[in-house]
Design a protein around this ligand. Structure first.
Ligand SMILES: NC(=O)c1ccc[n+]([C@@H]2O[C@H](COP(=O)([O-])OP(=O)(O)OC[C@H]3O[C@@H](n4cnc5c(N)ncnc54)[C@H](OP(=O)(O)O)[C@@H]3O)[C@@H](O)[C@H]2O)c1
Length: 346
């Protein structure tokens, strides 16, 4: 029986669901794979709990309870090749810990995009091609197999001609609503009420989250690109950045005629608007595009994601991945699958 110890940073929406999924399935995994998953550490931003031999299951289910005792930097001396570090935070501060953990031969699985989107050398240090100990499948397309597919294409000698896709469930939903004739401001409000947007919808409407996903794909393709090199078009003008959330919602109404005009103009050409990532061997852009209504991107509905890989092998008939690209359950399950991939290699 292989014992695999988990230290989990970020017990928020995705993190809590992942803890539940692991606790519910760990017995099946022990029986079918011979892997015994042990929770050794749980951490939020204020601290956490740790025991090298495993935390009492009641403390895991009750976390944070009143047992906030250590900072995760203090556990470094315990780390070795039997540990998997899981990062489901939304923090840019975890990079140092993840890097140290890899140096101590741990495995790492993240849904957090930020450690992969800073300095390019940091990305390279985490994602070491020759020694696959860092898993980040859910950073693009949540539970959809996007990173794995891209890596398989590259490693089997295929050449990427173009990657195009809709990588944001929130923006996908908003553009589907606009296509149905709903005003932009109303569509954003509905997305907010349904819980599709972040508490401040500008986090979605700026396109920055999509640009981060695009950057992760570009870097996975081996290109030394930085976030500011991705051509990004926000859905709102710069002067709306400083407004309070309430004033921002009010001002969105001013953008309705702009979106309506663009939708009508696209419609006359048999096209529709989508928020699209397009990357080829030279450039990467993220923004609103007019796409054929009958195309793969044009027929996408609601919050689904779609990624089209056009490669030398998949040229006339591209390889397409489609499905829910966000959601707490599918994201947690995607990280869980990465943990199991890592555990099999340990
Ligand atoms: N939701 C999705 O559909 C989806 C899909 C793909 C990827 N993701 C990514 O998954 C991650 C988690 O998303 P979420 O919705 O679960 O976020 P969330 O609910 O905001 O949870 C984030 C958690 O991280 C903790 N945290 C923050 N900084 C930390 C640090 N330095 N060390 C340890 N813990 C820290 C927070 O703790 P406190 O409570 O103490 O602040 C919080 O519990 C994000 O990076 C997100 O982009 C989400």
């Amino acid at each position: 029986m292989k014992k695999v110890k988990i230290i989990h940073l970020g017990i928020g929406k995705v993190g809590k669901t992942l803890v539940d999924q692991i606790l519910k399935n760990k017995e099946v995994i022990r029986r079918t794979l011979g892997i015994y998953l042990i929770y050794s550490g749980l951490f939020n931003s204020k601290g956490g709990i740790f025991s090298d031999s495993g935390i009492d299951i009641r403390d895991v289910t009750k976390f944070p309870g009143n047992a906030v005792i250590v900072d995760y930097d203090k556990v470094i001396s315990f780390l070795d090749e039997n540990y998997i570090i899981v990062d489901t935070t939304a923090s840019s501060e975890t990079y140092g810990f993840l890097d140290l953990a890899l140096k101590k031969s741990c495995y790492v699985a993240v849904s957090n995009k930020k450690p992969l989107c800073g300095n390019f050398n940091h990305f390279k240090r985490l994602v070491q091609k020759s020694e696959r100990r860092f898993f980040y499948e859910t950073t693009v397309g949540a539970g959809l197999p996007v990173i794995r597919t891209l890596m398989d294409l590259i490693l089997t000698g295929d050449k990427i001609v173009q990657i195009q896709g809709c990588f944001s469930g929130t923006l996908g939903y908003i553009f589907s609503e606009i296509e149905r004739g709903i005003a932009f401001s109303e569509a954003v409000k509905k997305a907010y009420e349904l819980g599709y947007t972040e508490p401040d919808p500008r986090d979605d409407l700026s396109g920055l989250d999509v640009a981060r996903k695009a950057l992760i794909l570009v870097r996975t393709m081996g290109r030394k690109t930085h976030l500011d090199e991705i051509k990004l078009t926000s859905l709102y003008p710069k002067q709306m950045e400083k407004l309070s959330v309430n004033d921002f919602f009010e001002s969105l109404k001013n953008l309705d005629p702009v979106f309506q005009k663009r939708t009508v103009s696209a419609g006359k050409k048999g096209k529709t608007l989508r928020y699209v990532v397009t990357m080829d061997s030279e450039s990467c852009r993220v923004g609103i595009e007019e796409v054929e209504k009958s195309s793969n991107l044009g027929s996408l509905k609601g919050p689904d994601n779609l990624i089209v890989f056009k490669t030398e092998r998949y040229l006339a008939n591209p390889l397409i991945i489609k499905g829910p690209g966000a959601g707490i359950g599918v994201t947690a399950a995607g990280v869980f699958a990465d943990i199991l991939e890592a555990a099999k290699l340990m």
